[in-house]
Design a protein around this ligand. Structure first.
Ligand code: MG
Length: 380
């Protein structure tokens, strides 16, 4: 059987979308892990070199490395990263497929089509025919030329080569600046490169709209809503923990754990959206191990369930009901903490508080209650 090695380049540091696009969450996992999955779904791929920044190697490497995946630190440039990945592949691979970590929708079919062409002719590039009429802009964006579209293709990845051909091109030209794909090096080395018709859905994640489109194409599922509620008694001699923040007050919430009603309600809301019961199942109050438990650990447990389902938490909205203390001065700290604890951008959480107008136990200042609504994209 042909032995295929793959280099997935996820070392870019472009942060126009908040963090490097290859690590943005997409339908429950980072963008580049969808690309990794497509390669691992091909049994003929014997080894994948996943190239990342040193920081991401430290964070994700231990989780992703396996007998088929070696995690490699990238170079200064894209070509440096490709070289590092290439060197990490075993010498017995027949062909090497180089792929962008920001193209999550590549399929085993497209990978195999480029491998077949590389075996036939030596060098293959996934590409799609240009759909739009192309204009070459001159000075002042005045159209200088309308070339014949029919001969134009848009190059994607994988770009797949017989091992010796890629080795030769990298050795001779990788140090030269300006190349945006490996094919340019191989072309310069004089090897013919054949275009392999791929799919328009094999696009590169570049803008926020691309993430929405990719999520829909992955069948991430319609967003589901979950609701959570919690109430704890206010007593003297306890710290008041709300949303993972210690709020200065003479009393705190009584509970088996730290009593953080915000995190408990939010966790139940997330579990509710996934149809997975409530936090009391995994953390029963009767279990002595959970006495004074930091509620952030409950959140970690819930987020593991979200990841295991391939789901993605999209939004949290929380309403606290408290007579005292006044919570408005702590909105920003509590919101920022809620976002951080649940791994959401700050703009994806909303938190506010109301009094109970003096009514009932909450109104008498004997307890604090919290309602939460979670929106979760759940596959299937
Ligand atoms: Mg509770």
């Amino acid at each position: 059987m042909t032995k295929v090695g793959a280099v997935i380049v996820a070392a870019g540091s472009g942060t126009r979308m908040g963090r490097p696009k290859q690590f943005l969450p997409l339908a429950g996992r980072p963008v580049c892990e969808w690309a990794l999955k497509a390669f691992l779904d091909c049994p003929e791929v014997s080894r994948v070199a996943l190239v990342m920044s040193a920081e991401n190697v430290a964070e994700h490497g231990p989780r992703l490395a396996s007998d088929r995946v070696v995690v490699v630190v990238g170079g200064e440039t894209r070509m440096g990263s490709v070289q590092n990945g290439f060197k990490a592949l075993p010498p017995d691979v027949d062909v090497v497929a180089v792929h962008d970590g920001a193209r999550p929708l590549v399929t085993p079919e497209v990978i195999r089509a480029t491998v077949a062409e590389a075996l036939r002719s030596g060098a293959a590039v996934a590409a799609v025919p240009a759909k739009d009429t192309l204009k070459r802009a001159g000075a002042g964006r005045v159209v200088a030329e309308t070339p014949d579209r029919s001969s134009f293709w848009q190059a994607q990845t994988p770009q797949t080569y017989r091992r010796a051909i890629l080795a030769d091109a990298l050795e001779r030209f990788a140090g030269e600046a300006g190349a945006t794909d490996e094919s340019q090096l191989v072309e310069r080395a004089g090897h013919p490169v054949t275009l392999v018709e791929a799919s328009y859905s094999n696009f590169k994640i570049t803008t926020p709209e691309d993430l929405v489109t990719a999520s829909a194409l992955l069948g991430a599922g319609a967003p589901r809503t979950g609701f959570g509620y919690d109430i704890h008694r206010l007593v003297a001699g306890r710290p008041l923990m709300l949303s993972g923040v210690k709020i200065p007050h003479s009393k705190g919430l009584l509970g088996h754990s730290d009593g953080d009603a915000v995190l408990h309600a939010a966790c139940d809301a997330v579990l509710g959206a996934m149809g997975e019961g409530e936090i009391g199942i995994a953390f029963p109050p009767s279990d002595a191990r959970f006495k004074d438990l930091d509620s952030k650990l409950i959140v970690s447990h819930v987020l593991e369930k979200v990841a295991a389902r391939g789901a993605a938490l999209l939004h949290l909205d929380v309403t606290l009901i408290a007579e005292e203390p006044k919570l408005k001065p702590h909105y920003e700290a509590m919101s920022a903490s809620l976002a951080a604890v649940f791994g959401l951008p700050r703009a994806r959480v909303n938190l506010k508080a109301k009094s109970n107008e003096g009514l009932d136990a909450v109104g008498r200042g004997e307890a604090i209650a919290c309602h939460a609504v979670a929106t979760v994209s759940v596959p299937g």
